[in-house]
Design a protein around this ligand. Structure first.
Ligand code: B16
Ligand code: MG
Length: 218
């Protein structure tokens, strides 16, 4: 049997934590005297925490000192951590456990490739820490998506060639990272947003066992 490497993004693929990031960024924006909308929050998907703050301040036309930025990053993350404390298995997105179980049965490599520095506590909350043989997160990389570093490290951890890797991603930057790494890119979300992906599905309920088998056999 062939062994491929399946690399999963976290936020927006395994769980929907974008809503918690949004609440925390919105509170910060409001405390600085400007609005932050859910549409603007789309710009933050797959983007690092530090870069997200820069974008937020640009949106609010706000200039800040390095010390202020440092404090706000801590404040935002504390609020985000308060939200994720309440997470449990019910937060796992539909059919993710079915796809993970199928890949495990087929003895495929399974890795996490996330920009988040909070990936491990989130996986622990939803009881999925053991589902991943390799975890590469925001603490392990120096270059953020669309740089392919996070996925390249995931492939190395699984001892797989890039051409044997399949990446599931919900962000444009993440799809670009997978493409740059010459891996198969699968978008989870809207076709019009993720048109650079090789395949796009709304969610995992649309991903059949026969499609996964084709990816393994390819
Ligand atoms: P943290 P992913 C990304 O996770 C999120 O999509 C993005 O919105 C967030 O800013 C980033 O993680 C950093 O998260 O503040 O927890 O380190 O989609 O790459 O799993
Ligand atoms: Mg994501």
């Amino acid at each position: 049997m062939k062994r491929k490497a399946f690399i999963f993004d976290l936020d927006g693929v395994i769980v929907d934590t974008a809503k918690f990031h949004y609440l925390a960024w919105k509170n910060l924006a409001n405390s600085l005297g400007f609005e932050f909308t859910e549409t603007q929050n789309e710009l933050f998907k797959g983007v690092s925490r530090v870069r997200s703050l820069e974008i937020l301040l640009e949106l609010g036309n706000y200039t800040a000192t390095a010390k202020e930025k440092e404090n706000w990053l801590v404040q935002k993350n504390q609020e985000y951590l308060n939200h994720i404390k309440g997470m449990d298995r019910s937060e796992i997105l539909p059919d993710v456990p079915r796809v993970l179980a199928f890949l495990q049965e087929q003895q495929q490599g399974i890795a996490l490739g996330s920009a988040s520095k909070n990936a491990r506590p989130i996986l622990e909350r939803v009881d999925l820490l053991d589902a991943f043989e390799v975890i590469v997160d925001g603490n392990d990389v120096t270059a953020a998506k669309p740089d392919p570093e996070v996925f390249v490290k995931g492939a190395q951890g699984l001892n797989a060639a890039p051409s044997d890797c399949i990446v599931f991603e919900d962000s444009i930057a993440g799809i670009q990272a997978a493409n740059k790494a010459s891996m198969v890119s699968i978008g989870i979300g809207q076709k019009k947003v993720l048109h650079e992906a090789q395949y796009v599905f709304s969610d995992f309920t649309e991903i059949s066992a026969s499609f996964l088998q084709q990816l393994i056999d390819a």
